[in-house]
Design a protein around this ligand. Structure first.
Ligand code: PLP
Length: 395
């Protein structure tokens, strides 16, 4: 353990089992540790660094804004926030935006908005149906929304007003719907739950059910949005439109930002009903505007489609070669492989030793979420490392 790591162990709250690497620098899809070793980064700050590390347009926007105006109270108009909101609205099917600081906050705001909608338009309905295996954040309310007992059990009693039902099962949503239901909240592809892809018609069936019952459909696109699946928003691939959508992660390409967006009919907040000191902060909005504009103008989602296919083909080839890989799944640059046993952590450690950062999303599954600007050569390098590691582990 290095000196930095000892200090971290001493001072930091014990909330995470860290990987024994201290990262000090990043550029594109590469990062370097404090001993100068380089790693190919297929984690990308947890699906955050959409344009890779320290992309010049993001760095320039941060630098410029840092010299201009960092933070004002949300009571005032500020230009970076307005520009970002306009860009988001003009490139989506939603009409209004609220900007906050993280994914969790975006989801909290979205659920608050759905509850206000329920109070005003659905006779006081307040309950939100979510799915088992989902991940929506770690506040008390989002822990209840997140359908995974490992996040819920330590914090019972859970916040009231959420029902977790089986994912990819429209009947389960129908059965759980009551007169108290105001919304269904979904990740179209469950990221933290293991990159679970639904049947092609599931999102449409959920949309139809929401329309039939007058419920709001909240899509959590915090992981699937901003190009990650190969379209600017994931729902564009499933032929559905949300009433409310949440974003974070790739939206800022490395700066902490989150947002929720809504159709006009669902934008029912009035002044004072929601807010946050740092929401719409000048620095993060300027960086995020620059990142999003670059992503749109340069069709980065198009690169994701090509690179995603290349990665899928490579992973499928590995599956042909190694019987221990039982599944390859995902879309665009959000992909996973599953093993027939819990070797995920061992593979991660061996990849690390060979200069590749990956995520062990479940004991028996690895997740790949590189920057959206990744090239074929870098994908080849990652696949080659994985190949060597698997051949070593399965000898
Ligand atoms: N929703 C989804 C789909 C996520 O993947 C995450 C984080 O992994 C969150 C919400 C929570 O976002 P944050 O960690 O920024 O609070």
């Amino acid at each position: 353990m290095t000196d930095w790591q000892k200090l971290d162990k001493k001072y930091f709250m014990n909330t995470v089992e860290r990987i024994p690497v201290t990262l000090v620098r990043g550029e594109g899809a590469w990062v370097w540790d404090d001993s100068g070793r380089e790693y190919l980064d297929f984690v990308a700050g947890w699906a955050v660094n959409s344009l890779g590390h320290c992309h010049p347009v993001v760095v320039a926007a941060i630098t410029e804004q840092a010299k201009t105006l960092l933070q004002m109270s949300p009571k005032y108009y500020t230009v970076p926030q307005i520009r970002l909101a306009e860009l988001l609205v003009n490139n989506s099917c939603l009409d209004r935006v609220y900007i906050g600081n993280s994914g969790l906050e975006a989801n909290e705001g979205a659920v608050k908005l759905a509850r206000r909608y329920g109070a005003l338009k659905l006779n006081g309905a307040y309950e939100v149906i979510t799915t088992i295996g989902s991940f929506h954040g770690r506040s008390l309310a989002m822990t209840a929304a997140t359908g995974q007992t490992k996040y819920q059990e330590p914090y019972s009693p859970l916040s009231f007003g959420f029902t977790n039902v089986e994912y990819n099962n429209i009947e389960a949503i129908k059965v759980a719907t009551t007169e108290n239901t105001c919304a269904v909240m979904l990740e179209l592809i469950q990221g933290e739950g293991g990159v679970n892809v639904p049947d092609e018609d599931y999102p449409k069936k959920v949309r139809e059910w929401c329309d039939e019952k007058g419920l709001l459909l909240i899509l959590d696109e915090i992981q699937t949005g901003i190009g990650r699946l190969g379209t600017l928003f994931g729902h564009q691939q499933f032929g559905v439109e949300p009433d409310i959508m949440t974003l974070a992660k790739g939206l800022g390409s490395g700066v902490p930002i989150g947002a929720f967006m809504a159709k006009e009919k669902a934008s029912v907040f009035t002044p004072g009903e929601h807010g946050s000191t740092f929401g719409g902060n000048g620095l993060t909005c300027a960086a995020s505007y620059a990142a999003l504009k670059f992503i749109i103008d340069n069709n980065i989602a198009g690169n994701v489609q090509k690179a995603g296919k290349y990665l899928t083909d490579g992973l499928n080839n590995l599956q042909q070669k190694y019987g221990c890989i039982t599944d390859v799944r995902g879309r665009g640059l959000l992909q996973a492989i599953e093993f027939d046993s819990d070797i995920g952590q061992d593979v991660l450690t061996a990849c690390l030793q060979n200069g590749l950062l990956i995520n062990c999303v479940k004991p028996n599954a690895l997740r790949f979420m590189p920057p959206l600007i990744i090239g074929n050569e870098e994908i080849d390098r990652a696949l080659d490392i994985l190949d060597r590691v698997l051949s070593g582990l399965t000898d």
